[in-house]
Design a protein around this ligand. Structure first.
Ligand code: SF4
Ligand code: ZN
Length: 308
């Protein structure tokens, strides 16, 4: 039996390749909570009395993050958590995730706000997919952009001063490469885990889960018995992000710690990137940051409006 390298008592159930540690279930879970705690303080993500909206999709990352933040919040009696879920309207998929999010919030005693694409934009994602079939944009393109808008709106409506999303280390590393490969380097600054105060209408977005690798997030959810949506979305793309995911996973096996290196590299050049972002304008229609004139969300909404 191999013993845990932290407590030296219990049997190790997980080998962490990038640190060489072997951890028992308990020490592993504690290490994840500790890492989130450190990430929050390193980036000064919250104030002691922040009202924090947490984007909860019903997947493993967001449900784990919600549970961890609820645990950390106990040490900050003046801080508040409100879970916000966006129902995109994907039949047979999102309905289950929404139910899981509701259950988790009830168990944790966290206020929950549910917003839907239908009520915000007039269409479910299924309807958007149907209408835009054969067009240049995939359901995922609409979904990602509109969800960001919906989360921001939900956070504003609940009076939050922060919006915490559960992007994990893999999401971050993938997005860095994706933006570089697409030549969209100006968006890199928006990846700052500490978020940016860009305009009054844009709730500062923080990513307290950004140093937790995907597989550790999965293990955490299993060990903590968190019920999460595990079925893939019917629209899930096999596009560039998947290629990047596979590429990064292969490199990570050969060179453990590569995903962290990507995150650290971006952190080092963030001041430069932010200077560039000064060039980002604010959308005249919604006040959110944009690399062009009118932001992508507003363009999409106008496009959908034309189809009405
Ligand atoms: Fe939305 Fe695409 Fe994710 Fe499905 S896979 S939830 S369509 S972004
Ligand atoms: Zn806009």
């Amino acid at each position: 039996m191999v013993l845990c390298s932290v407590c030296g008592v219990r049997e190790a159930v997980y080998f962490r390749p990038y640190s060489g540690e072997r951890l028992c279930g308990e020490c592993f879970c504690e290490s994840i909570v500790e890492r989130v705690r450190r990430t929050i303080s390193r980036y000064e993500m919250f104030e002691y009395d922040s009202r924090i909206a947490v984007g909860v999709s019903g997947g493993k990352d967001s449900l784990s993050l919600l549970q961890i933040l609820a645990e950390i919040e106990e040490d900050f009696p003046k801080a508040e958590l409100i879970a916000v879920t966006v129902d995109e309207g994907i039949r047979g998929y999102r309905d289950e995730a929404v139910r899981l999010a509701e259950e988790a919030c009830r168990e944790l005693g966290v206020e929950h706000r549910l917003l839907s694409f239908k009520e915000l934009f007039g269409y479910t994602l299924d309807e958007i997919a149907e209408r835009t079939k054969g067009g240049p944009l995939t359901p995922c393109s609409f979904c990602g952009v509109l969800r960001r808008r919906a989360l921001n709106q939900a956070a504003r409506e609940v009076g939050a001063d922060r919006l915490a999303t559960a992007h994990n280390l893999d999401d971050m590393a993938q997005t860095v490469l994706l933006n570089i490969l697409r030549g969209d380097h100006r968006r890199l600054a928006l990846l700052d885990p500490a978020g940016m105060s860009i305009s009054e209408r844009f709730v500062r977005r923080v990513k307290p889960y950004c140093e937790v690798p995907e597989r550790e997030s999965t293990l955490y959810a299993y060990l903590k018995d968190i019920r999460f949506q595990s079925r893939p979305c019917p629209y899930a793309e096999t596009a560039m992000r998947n290629d990047i995911r596979n590429f990064l996973n292969r490199i990570e096996v050969k060179r453990p710690g590569t995903k962290f290196t990507i995150l650290r590299s971006i952190q080092r050049i963030l001041p430069l990137l932010k200077r560039e972002t000064g060039l980002l304008g604010l959308c005249p229609l919604c006040g959110e940051p944009t690399t062009g004139e009118i932001c992508r969300t507003c363009q999409m909404l106008q496009e959908l409006e034309r189809m009405r």
